[in-house]
Design a protein around this ligand. Structure first.
Ligand SMILES: *[C@@H]1O[C@H](CO)[C@@H](O)[C@H](O)[C@H]1NC(C)=O
Ligand SMILES: *[C@@H]1O[C@H](CO)[C@@H](O)[C@H](O)[C@H]1NC(C)=O
Ligand SMILES: *[C@@H]1O[C@H](CO)[C@@H](O)[C@H](O)[C@H]1NC(C)=O
Ligand SMILES: *[C@@H]1O[C@H](CO)[C@@H](O)[C@H](O)[C@H]1NC(C)=O
Ligand SMILES: *[C@@H]1O[C@H](CO)[C@@H](O)[C@H](O)[C@H]1NC(C)=O
Ligand SMILES: *[C@@H]1O[C@H](CO)[C@@H](O)[C@H](O)[C@H]1NC(C)=O
Ligand SMILES: *[C@@H]1O[C@H](CO)[C@@H](O)[C@H](O)[C@H]1NC(C)=O
Length: 782
């Protein structure tokens, strides 16, 4: 197809030069250079006829060896070795080879194919300052493209296919003024394409297939001469690239495109070859592509394209190949495709009614279509904030179950905890109660959750709606955990037995998917030991316009109740020891630190509450709701201005002390952990803080007397004092005076150390009663 036009001009040029130069006699120094090259190439078969008496300029050109001279100087050298030529021996030096080569200073066209050349391409190749075509296909060259090449401003064609070049493409590659062909197929280049590619206005062919490129492409719409673009088998995406409409040959197959197919493609009147296969293109399949005036090859196989085909859908007469298989198409086979014998037409694995075999039932395509989403580029969404509340709990449940088992033990059992968001509070408390009996009857979930582990989470992924329906028995009320202003929470159990918490966010119909992508990206990064981590998402879309109707966010299920249930709501047998409290506090600060600095952009003002800190079966604390700028404008509209944005006030102050709101909230949690009683209102916090402040300066006994009775005997004086001090500082009115998260963490770790040392000293009198079981006690109630 597109191959024909690529190098045609140069073949013509070659022939003309051949004619002109029929009778040239080569300079003897250049003859000598050629023979030296022959030696350095280890006398390949294709050069077996070369010897000192050969008249190189007038030798008969062959398909493998051609030399063209002009005025006693070589201007073209083509040497094409046999396929599969092995690498040259280890005494070969690419550097000496090129040093010899540049003694042919007038070379304009250099083809060195399949010669076993190995090594980095030396920068001195740029001494061939008139070079127009460089073709070094099928060698074993590695490293990067040397910067010196940028000096060869005459370069029109650069072909380095089938080598082992690697690294990022440099920005200067876009600076060649007359570059028409760039072909770097089948190497190990990675990174994204430099923006400078968008000014290579003479470019006709850009072939980058079979590399490790990734990310979005630069805007190529101003490359009005671009005819062939081959990006197959990379990791480009997710957006469809912006392209000029003169393209003849477009291959985006086997990449990571996840957008819709833009309608502009309908104006690509020169397009002959279109391959979009093996991506995740979504949205409607524009069946008008079948009737593009030049189209001969169309492959959209293995995507998630939806839409209906009609019997009367028309197609271009020249269309010889159409592969629509493995999509979500419905309707009838277009007769223009199915009736013709000299066409290849593939359509298996859709939901077409006329198709005989290998079609899914209609509901399959419908459900699948609902489970994908993620539409393509278009309008920007202005990010507004909304608090995503999760109510993953299990509250009391685990508490009762583990009752006599857990408790005190093991200083090694690191109980880390984290805190979180406000909106959740009601939800989680409700849910814990509602859930208790259900979960008790289902003890197996605990071992399942253990498999998920703190760090051993399954990779983030997209879920299919069907899968979620299965997991929740069609969102049955028995799976219902609670409802907040941002939608409902369900507990689900996946096919592999894993329990998950599923939050469903209802969208207004007017919202299309595209703007959610970067939120999803952010959510997908929320995976950390001290966060209730995200496992995946699922978009439910309306079939007609692919706008989002609901978003499901899937989180790990944390079974062991809220931190509060282990502190002030706990009773004697379910109360964290002092060392456990310290490590829970450290866990919470780690979670906060992750939210602030572990992801970009950081997530601040999380309105952390003790009820939003959930405990897993190893008593690791996890923050269960955080201030996601999720779902932008839609969120605000969806919840009709109710109380969904509790952190409003603190987000206003964020500009100056964005991290200090969380420090204050952490102080409130710490206060409850130290004193063992909840503080209901801000005023109460203030009073308790003042009390604490007053005793910090007094003596050990006084301090101990106001601490939670449950820990009074198990804490060391120094660690209690340190905790109280840091707590008071976190609760200071002036955000500027509050400690940084790092400062807090440092102090907590100090408290843990002195506590540890103290425990070591007083092990025999260690309070808290009987030695405990190891951490994986759920065995006990299987
Ligand atoms: C490389 O070694 C081979 C023998 O292994 C020898 O024939 C050849 O001349 C050597 N080439 C160079 C360039 O030294
Ligand atoms: C050079 O090669 C030609 C054939 O390609 C052969 O006829 C001739 O004898 C060779 N000359 C020498 C000096 O080897
Ligand atoms: C470069 O070499 C390859 C492999 O022989 C060939 O297919 C291609 O036509 C060459 N291109 C040019 C411009 O010489
Ligand atoms: C390009 O050539 C100039 C002059 O020959 C030289 O000074 C410069 O270093 C070269 N640039 C590169 C990138 O090699
Ligand atoms: C890539 O290049 C290697 C040699 O460098 C070759 O063996 C292989 O077949 C090529 N792969 C493709 C897909 O062209
Ligand atoms: C790109 O390739 C280079 C060299 O192979 C490697 O050092 C680098 O880590 C790669 N970068 C990415 C982002 O894969
Ligand atoms: C094709 O058929 C559908 C219904 O079968 C009809 O709505 C549509 O107008 C027809 N289109 C053309 C171009 O005839």
């Amino acid at each position: 197809m597109a191959k024909g036009f690529k190098y045609h001009a140069f073949e013509v040029l070659g022939i003309i030069l051949l004619l002109i130069n029929q009778s040239e006699q080569l300079q003897s120094s250049q003859t000598h250079t050629l023979l030296r090259l022959q030696l350095l190439l280890n006398y390949p078969d294709v050069l077996s006829s070369w010897n000192s008496s050969v008249d190189f300029c007038n030798a008969e050109p062959t398909s493998q060896v051609t030399i063209v001279c002009y005025e006693e100087s070589i201007t073209q050298l083509h040497v094409i070795g046999n396929d599969g030529t092995p690498s040259l021996p280890s005494n070969f030096s690419m550097d000496s080879f090129v040093t010899t080569l540049v003694k042919l200073p007038d070379l304009r066209v250099l083809t060195l194919v399949s010669l076993g050349l190995w090594g980095p391409l030396p920068g001195k190749i740029a001494r061939l300052s008139s070079l127009e075509i460089l073709n070094m296909t099928s060698n074993l060259l590695y490293g990067t493209i040397p910067h010196e090449l940028s000096n060869v401003t005459t370069l029109q064609t650069l072909i380095l296919d089938d080598n082992m070049f690697s690294g990022w493409l440099p920005e200067w590659l876009g600076s060649f003024p007359v570059l028409a062909v760039m072909s770097l197929r089948n190497n190990s280049f990675n990174g994204s394409l430099p923006d400078s590619f968008s000014i290579l206005e003479n470019l006709r062919v850009l072939a980058l297939s079979h590399n490790h490129f990734q990310g979005e492409l630069p805007d190529l719409s101003s490359l009005t001469n671009l005819q062939e673009l081959d990006l197959e088998d990379n990791a480009f995406g997710p957006q469809f690239p912006r392209l000029g409409n003169k393209l003849v040959h477009l291959v985006l197959g086997k990449n990571r495109f996840r957008s819709a197919i833009p309608t502009e493609l309908n104006s690509f009147y020169y397009l002959q070859w279109l391959d979009l296969s093996f991506n995740r293109f979504v949205g409607p399949f524009p069946s008008s592509l079948l009737s593009l005036p030049s189209i001969t090859y169309l492959n959209i196989a293995d995507n998630k394209l939806t839409g209906m085909l009609f019997e009367n859908t028309s197609c271009n007469v020249e269309l010889k190949f159409a592969d629509l298989s493995s999509n979500l198409l419905t309707g009838l086979l277009p007769s223009c495709l199915s009736d013709s014998k000299d066409r290849v037409f593939l359509y298996a694995q859709n939901c077409l009614t006329a198709g005989k075999e290998n079609q899914h039932p209609l509901p399959f395509c419908r459900n699948e279509a609902l489970a994908v989403g993620i539409l393509p580029h278009s309008k920007k969404s202005k990010p507004s904030k909304f608090a995503l509340a999760f109510c993953i709990t299990g509250g009391i449940i685990g508490g009762i179950v583990l009752l006599g088992l857990i408790f005190i033990f093991v200083r090694r059992l690191n109980a880390y905890k984290t805190i979180n968001k406000p909106t959740t509070r009601l939800i989680s408390e409700k849910a814990s109660i509602a859930y208790t009996s259900k979960l008790l009857s289902d003890a197996r979930y605990i071992s399942q959750t253990m498999k998920l582990g703190a760090l051993g989470l399954p990779p983030y992924r997209t879920f299919a709606l069907e899968e979620l329906e299965d997991a929740t028995n069609n969102f049955d009320t028995t799976a219902f955990m609670g409802e907040g202003s941002q939608g409902q929470m369900h507990r689900g159990r996946l096919k592999d037995g894993t329990f998950v918490a599923i939050r469903c966010l209802k969208m207004k119909k007017s919202h299309s998917t595209q703007s959610f992508m970067h939120h999803v990206e952010l959510i997908s990064k929320l995976r950390y030991r001290h966060l209730v981590s995200a496992l995946g998402h699922c978009f439910e879309c309306y079939l007609d316009d692919s706008s989002v109707s609901r978003i499901f966010l899937i989180f790990e299920y944390v079974p062991n109740g809220t931190l509060r249930s282990w502190i002030s709501e706990g009773h004697a047998r379910r109360s964290l020891t002092w060392p456990q409290r310290i490590s829970a506090a450290i866990g919470i600060t780690k979670g906060i630190q992750f939210l602030h600095t572990g992801i970009m952009p950081g997530v601040y003002s999380n309105n952390l509450k003790i009820t939003d800190v959930l405990m897993d079966q190893n008593l690791v604390a996890k923050i269960s709701s955080y201030n996601l700028p999720l779902l932008a404008e839609s969120a605000g509209k969806v919840d009709h201005g109710t109380s969904a944005l509790p952190k409003d006030s603190s987000s206003r102050t964020r500009a100056s002390y964005e991290d200090k709101a969380d420090v204050y909230d952490f102080g409130v949690i710490l206060l409850e952990m130290i004193l063992g009683r909840p503080s209901k209102a801000k005023r109460e916090v203030e009073i308790l803080k003042n009390q604490l402040q007053a005793v910090v300066a007094t003596d050990d006994a006084t301090r101990r007397s106001i601490a939670d009775p449950a820990v009074q005997t198990s804490c060391s004086d120094q660690s209690l004092k340190t905790m109280m001090e840091i707590c008071v500082r976190c609760l200071l009115k002036d955000p500027a005076e509050r400690p940084s998260v790092e400062d807090v963490m440092w102090n907590l770790q100090f408290a843990a150390q002195v506590q540890d040392a103290w425990r070591g000293d007083s092990r025999s009198s260690s309070p808290g009663g009987s030695p405990s079981q190891p951490a994986n006690l759920p065995v006990a109630f299987r």
